[in-house]
Design a protein around this ligand. Structure first.
Ligand SMILES: NC(=O)c1ccc[n+]([C@@H]2O[C@H](COP(=O)([O-])OP(=O)(O)OC[C@H]3O[C@@H](n4cnc5c(N)ncnc54)[C@H](O)[C@@H]3O)[C@@H](O)[C@H]2O)c1
Length: 444
């Protein structure tokens, strides 16, 4: 089994490291934040991801995952390095490449001392041209060696989704490999051949095409979601319309990816909004008008507010009313609140002068920093809805699906539910006496 190093043990880096280590690779992880290293070494995941903590414990026990702040041993002892550092947005929406640059420089300095062949693989999401300009330049300058001759260089974007990281790593739709030389590409393919029992489809292309494929996927998904959400808003106004049936018809005819076909309150998280912003900024830099991408972004800005308007139509003016919100994470199964539409919704409710109480099974701690003053946090879902006059479902956690219509009726002051994630059956709600409105269904 090959030895691999992974630079940056955040969500992508640590998930990848644990999956590789679990399947028999020896993985050297490098991370700059000491608290993260301490947590990982003591078997604690620094984020919520189902099943990954158990795998982490196993890999530590077998000494297959070695984490450190130092690059030296990681590069010396491995033959392939993945760069998985963050690429956050700058104020103008473009991505900040400072972490990628520093990581590349550090790797380059270690490559200088190395005699054997080494492949560097850029996995962080970067705009087209970055691997050639920033990564290659830093590696060559610091190592004094030439890319594609003395060491290999590839782009291998990541497509895993938070809350299904293990499944997505084990069953990717495809592996995208951008390369300029055969040796780099074949080295990476041989690593994946020993990782997968059944080798996924490989999309082999140039460095910049691989970089752009990643952006095109996320931008397409964001645009598709904004399209579906606009369609759902239309369904709210058309008698007997239901966005689910419309979208099902649409997907049968157009064969769209079913995983991204649900209307709701908008998309959030660490990737879609950031990647859309980056591609908008990059398009502008290249004097291409990103009018479609900007429209997708604008739709997403206002979509969470549809839940506020629906609540107002259902129970009237919200001023002084007690409103409960179930969900703060950007989606179920994660504690990630980065750019969560649930948080935008909760903060917008405060502007109506409602009294707001919120609850999330995993994301309360992460949410705190983003919430406006005065928002109360409940200890569980039922105490959150207790005595409220309207409840809004903002995240589709399974735990919320278990609340029966009778419980909304007995616990709430006036049972009224705005279902921003379509998790309840409208007929059951209404027959049991709960006022109910949901995204994408005609509001009678
Ligand atoms: N989170 C996702 O679901 C996801 C999915 C696909 C792709 N991506 C992309 O993958 C990249 C990483 O995303 P993430 O969510 O894991 O980010 P993250 O911010 O969670 O993790 C990045 C980690 O890199 C560390 N780091 C920064 N500079 C370093 C350095 N010089 N040396 C070592 N460690 C360093 C940080 O401390 C942090 O722990 C981004 O480009 C992102 O767009 C993310």
């Amino acid at each position: 089994m090959q030895r691999v190093s992974i630079i940056g043990l955040g969500y992508v880096g640590l998930s990848t490291a644990i999956c590789l280590a679990d399947s028999g690779f020896t993985v050297y992880g490098v991370e700059v934040v000491p608290e993260k290293i301490n947590a990982i070494q003591s078997g604690k995941l620094p984020f919520e991801e189902k099943g990954l903590d158990k795998m982490l414990a196993g890999t530590l026990k077998k000494k297959r995952l070695i984490v450190s702040q130092e690059y030296k041993d990681a590069i010396k002892n491995s033959s392939i390095t993945f760069i998985t550092v963050g690429t956050p947005s700058r104020d103008d929406g473009s991505i900040d490449l400072k972490y990628v640059k520093v990581a590349s420089e550090e790797i380059g300095s270690e490559l200088q001392k190395k005699k054997s062949y080494h492949l560097v693989t850029e996995k962080s999401t970067v705009v087209p041209g970055t691997t050639q300009s920033v990564v290659r330049r830093a590696l060559e300058e610091k190592s004094g060696k030439k890319a594609f001759e003395d060491f290999g260089l590839c782009v291998n974007p990541e497509f895993l989704r938070e809350s299904s990281a293990i499944y997505d790593t084990m069953h990717p739709d495809a592996i995208v490999i951008g390369s300029e030389d055969r040796k780099s590409k074949n080295t990476l393919i041989s690593l994946y051949r020993s990782f997968y029992r059944k080798m996924p489809q490989v999309i082999s292309t140039t460095l910049s095409n691989a970089e752009l494929i990643k952006y095109s996927v996320n931008t397409f998904r964001a645009t598709q979601l904004s399209f579906l959400n606009t369609l759902a808003n239309l369904c709210n106004k058309i008698p007997k319309a239901d966005s689910e049936e419309v979208i099902s018809g649409l997907s049968t005819i157009t064969k769209l990816d079913k995983r991204y076909l649900k209307a709701g309150l908008g998309y959030g998280g660490s990737c879609l909004p950031k990647d859309l912003r980056a591609l908008i900024a990059h398009s502008k830099q290249l004097h291409v008008n990103p009018i479609l991408f900007e429209a997708a972004q604008q739709v997403n800005q206002v979509q969470p507010l549809t839940a506020v308007e629906m609540a107002q139509r259902l129970v009237g003016d919200l001023k002084g009313k007690s409103v409960s919100v179930l969900g703060l994470a950007y989606k179920a199964g994660t504690d990630d609140t980065r750019e969560s539409v649930a948080i935008r919704l909760v903060n917008a409710l405060m502007d109506t002068e409602a009294s707001v109480t919120a609850y999330d099974p995993a994301a309360m701690e992460n949410a705190r920093a983003y919430l406006k003053q005065g928002i109360k946090l409940a200890k569980d879902a039922r105490s959150c809805i207790k005595d409220s006059e309207c409840c809004i479902i903002a995240t589709e956690w399974d735990e919320f699906k278990e609340i029966r219509p009778g419980e909304f009726k007995s616990l709430m002051k006036t049972p009224a539910v705005v279902d921003g994630r379509r998790i309840f059956d409208p007929e059951r709600m209404r027959t049991e006496g709960v006022k109910y409105a949901s995204i994408g269904r005609y509001e009678s």
